[in-house]
Design a binder for this molecule. Sequence first.
Ligand code: OSB
Ligand code: MG
Length: 388
Amino acid sequence: MTASATAFTVDAITLREIRLALKEPFRISSGTIHERRIALLELTDRDGASCWSECVAFQLPIYTAETIDTAWMAIREWLAPRILGRSLDGPEGVHALLNEGIKGHNMAKAALEMGCWGLAAEVARVPLSRLLGGTRDRVPTGISLGIQQDSAALVARAQAAVRDGYRKVKVKIRPGQDVEYVRAVREALGPAIGIMADANSAYTLKDADHLAALDAFDLIMLEQPLGEDDLVRHATLQRRMTTPICLDESVTGVDRAEDMIALGSGRIVNIKPGRVGGFAVSKAIHDLCASASIPVWCGGMLESGIGRAYNVALASLPNFSLPGDLSPSARYWHRDVVTPEWTMDADGMVTVPREHPGLGVALDREFLDALTVRREVVRPERTVVAVS
Ligand code: OSB
Ligand code: MG
């Protein structure tokens, strides 16, 4: 791909908030998500091309510090003005432009940066997966099951997931709902099914012996048992467990992935492009992990079909060797905002759009309009035009 083929100039960025009710509430150790308030971006090129992207921040800071409202402000006030009206050769350098002198706000940066990758794919008329360097036509999919009222309810969902074809079953855990829940799932599913647990930072090193009891269940991995900043403590815990630790919240950039590898804080990385500031950093973490023989997989943030298009494209890179949290639309929503909706085949595989240019899905504009609760257009020179 020549640089000029992906050159673009963003003329306007429309921020839009939609509300999308989950089919059922999703509970993690730190809180419950009932409905997604999602910030969407529409980036419009000077020559008329446009592309949508999604900000994965939740309504409350239960996963990382960011929220939809902090991201909205960061995009409008500090980040969008750095991109608007600037002629860019391609999306590769966008993260550096957004990151210079602006700390944190990775999900806000990612929404813009990934939108630039999508726009570049539109402009160059290539599928996003190919622009990124993806090589797979289909990606294996796992399900992430929220914390349930009791282990019987969890087992029923896990069994249904296996019947649906999912290639991996992830169960959320927290103190009091952990070892016995995992034991029940392993006993019900038998030894052949890939199972893992995700604690979303609910434990401390005082729980090391308790967590080591999970070693009995042959888990593919234990995701983020300790705090986001606990790289050294994760290394201590990893030495006390045979189950591989996978880091999610802790890996906020390439440096943290390097630290994980150097310290032995974990053996697997969950890459969520939103958490690390977008695709350029995701690719760099992917490449670093590939060279260190660390498997990676693509995490999820209960995205709409728009964010899912970006995750599926990313997961088509070669070192995404474990099933991602890339469930089909119908697992989350009564109706998704894209057509076709995301589906999974009976083998638990999601097809990567590798023929259509851009995201490979179309937006259902009428439905999006009906879901929209606020909209703002940001133009060059930081003119904010409030629309509603
Ligand atoms: O830690 O991966 C996580 C959902 C909300 C907050 C954190 C996480 C999750 C998931 C959802 O596991 C995965 C999905 O999008 O299906
Ligand atoms: Mg996680």
